[in-house]
Design a binder for this molecule. Structure first.
Ligand code: ASP
Length: 356
């Protein structure tokens, strides 16, 4: 008698976490306005889901939000839901507004240390309940990706973003288009998968070695749940004033600043500007140099305009995105590492977020 391998027959199981945003909206036929979708009736709205033959469960957060209202507290709720259900499901799909999706995906990548299952963020430009919506395709493909395995192992054990036809590493992605279905780019890291009639996984680019800060970690999932919000972003521009820089750097309680510089990490060479930065660094502020360009890396010392930044103790963010830099700084400061360790880890790749 042939033996039946029960484990191999088990249907893939996916937990869909709905946080809010356009994707989960549909037009109320009575009023014409957009209202949140009732995921309890999802199979009625999307019978095609039955063809997947997966176990798909849904969890809707009580406080559904437009992602412009996203907060670190919400990131913690989201990570806790994944933690609670981690053993039960093969993968997770997070339905999230696209506006701040790159921040949330970055934050979750730092929170979920030793992640070994897919966490796929997706959303849409048009609500799922509209005729030409990109939401249905994004949703179904994300579920497929979250469930896909090769040799019994998940294809993409990472926090990632799926949009239109590309799967991107979450902490490398940026929303670059407010209207097109193709809304996200990843200027410094190749797509993890490209989707046409087949889903083609770029296996050599998938999977990062988790590296946390000073500890040899066991393989078990570790969820970090602390963020320090005493950070800021200072975007440089021609004509920036002393007053503006001074006020920004003297924000009460401020511990870290992401300084968005020009090109390969360049900034004005004016004495007043460098003095302000140097003074803030002396007083303990961490200044992290991230380029305004969507592709390419900070290279301090390449031009005279970045040489002095290096000398006064500004640290390099290499090719990290602003979204990822912000989440990383909040996470490292939240974990309570010493200032010198925060600076050290900011310059190392912890979750594949930068090329050093
Ligand atoms: N404003 C919406 C949000 O980010 C846009 C979207 O869902 O794509 O929540």
């Amino acid at each position: 008698m042939a033996l039946i391998n029960v484990a191999a027959m088990k249907k893939p199981s996916i937990l869909v976490l709905y946080t809010g945003g356009t994707i989960g909206m549909m037009k109320d036929p009575r009023t014409g306005s957009l209202v949140p979708f009732d995921f309890g009736n999802i199979y009625e709205h999307m019978p095609i889901l039955r063809n997947l033959d997966y176990v798909i469960d849904f969890y809707s957060f009580e406080n559904l939000i437009d992602s412009s209202n996203m907060t670190p507290e919400f990131w913690i709720e989201l990570a806790e839901k994944i933690e609670e259900n981690y053993e039960k499901y093969d993968g997770f799909v997070v339905l999230h507004g696209s506006d701040t999706m790159a921040y949330s995906a970055s934050a979750l990548s730092f929170m979920l240390e030793n992640l070994a299952k897919p966490v796929v963020f997706t959303g849409s430009q048009l609500p799922m309940g509209m005729v030409r919506s990109d939401g249905r395709e994004n949703f179904v493909t994300s579920i497929e990706i979250a469930a896909s395995k090769i040799n019994g192992e998940p294809c993409v054990p990472e926090v990632c973003i799926f949009f239109e036809n590309q799967l991107l590493r979450g902490n490398r992605a940026t929303k670059f288009n407010a209207e097109n279905f193709n809304a996200f780019s990843s200027g410094n890291y190749p797509p993890l998968a490209e989707v046409g009639i087949k889903i083609k996984y770029n296996r050599e680019f998938i999977g990062y070695k988790n590296k946390t800060a000073g500890v040899t970690t066991p393989k078990k999932l570790i969820v970090h749940k602390k963020f320090d919000r005493n950070v800021g972003i200072l975007k440089l521009f021609p004509g920036i004033t002393l007053d503006f820089v001074k006020h920004a750097l003297h924000t009460p309680g401020l511990k870290g600043v992401i300084m968005e510089t020009f090109g390969s990490g360049n900034a004005p060479t004016s004495e007043w500007f460098l003095d302000e930065l140097a003074d803030a660094i002396r007083k303990g502020l961490i200044i992290y140099n991230v380029t305004q360009c969507k592709s390419g890396s900070v290279e301090m010392g390449r031009y005279e305009t970045s040489l002095n930044l290096d000398k006064i103790g500004v640290i390099s963010g290499y090719d990290i995105t602003t979204e990822s830099a912000l989440a990383k700084m909040m996470y490292l400061l939240g974990e309570g590492f010493t200032r010198s360790n925060v600076k050290k880890y900011l310059q190392e790749s912890l979750r594949g977020e930068m090329t050093v």
